[in-house]
Design a protein around this ligand. Structure first.
Ligand code: GDP
Ligand code: FE
Ligand code: FE
Ligand code: FE
Length: 196
């Protein structure tokens, strides 16, 4: 795909190189899977293909960063109090979006919010945010109980797919016995109304 230059001064090939340099081969393959799934959802539901591609390619840009990289942002910027009690799993999206803004020069707020909310979701997700949230969950490399049902829902109703993923993720985290980030619960409380 040829980028227009509207959202990013890099070509797709240059962006791929920058993203690849940040992560293991395995995660890079996941990122390419998310891009493929996100583009398919963008075509189906009428979102800008270029925004879907860029948001997908950068969504896990910070997943392999050391905690100290996030700590300097958390110290400097205004994030909710609770964020410091969590770790990379929560930071790589919520704080990662600001790192991506600074390091890749991406300023589009819809793309940044799609990165910001790809792990926790949020109460009000734009179409692009929903697409990245779902694409991250259903990309072709994912294999876990329920992924086929999630893929099926994504093919028929994106909102139902968001609700399903939100319920499954919260259930999984509770069963695992890990702390739930408040935003994850906020997301659940809104999207639970769309469970089918
Ligand atoms: P990935 O980056 O492609 O692996 O996927 P995500 O960014 O969606 O999720 C990263 C990790 O965060 C996964 O292991 C999720 O289960 C986990 N996660 C999602 N929400 C929460 C939460 O509220 N609390 C905690 N502790 N972990 C969460
Ligand atoms: Fe992620
Ligand atoms: Fe996710
Ligand atoms: Fe991911």
């Amino acid at each position: 795909m040829k980028y227009s230059g509207r959202y990013l001064s890099l070509t797709r090939e240059e962006l791929l190189e920058r993203v690849h340099a940040q992560m293991s081969e395995k995660r890079f393959v996941h990122v390419l899977g998310v891009e493929k799934a996100a583009i398919a959802l963008a075509e189906q539901y009428g979102e800008d293909i270029e925004k879907a591609s860029i948001a997908a390619l950068v969504h896990d840009y910070c997943k392999e960063r050391p905690d100290t990289d996030f700590q300097s942002y958390i110290d400097k910027q205004l994030y909710p109090e609770a964020i410091s009690q969590f770790g990379n799993e929560i930071w790589h999206g919520l704080v990662g979006a600001d790192i991506i803004h600074d390091e890749l020069g991406i300023a589009d707020s819809d793309i940044l919010n799609a990165v910001r909310h790809h792990t926790t979701g949020s109460a009000n997700m734009s179409l692009l945010e929903q697409i990245i949230y779902v694409a991250d969950y259903i990309e072709e490399g994912r294999d876990f109980p329920g992924v086929e049902e999630a893929r099926q829902k994504a093919r028929t109703d994106l909102v139902e797919a968001v609700a399903y993923e939100t319920q499954k993720t919260l259930t999984y985290l509770v069963e695992k016995g890990v702390p739930i980030y408040p935003k994850t619960i906020e997301t659940y409380n809104v999207w639970v109304a769309h469970l089918s």
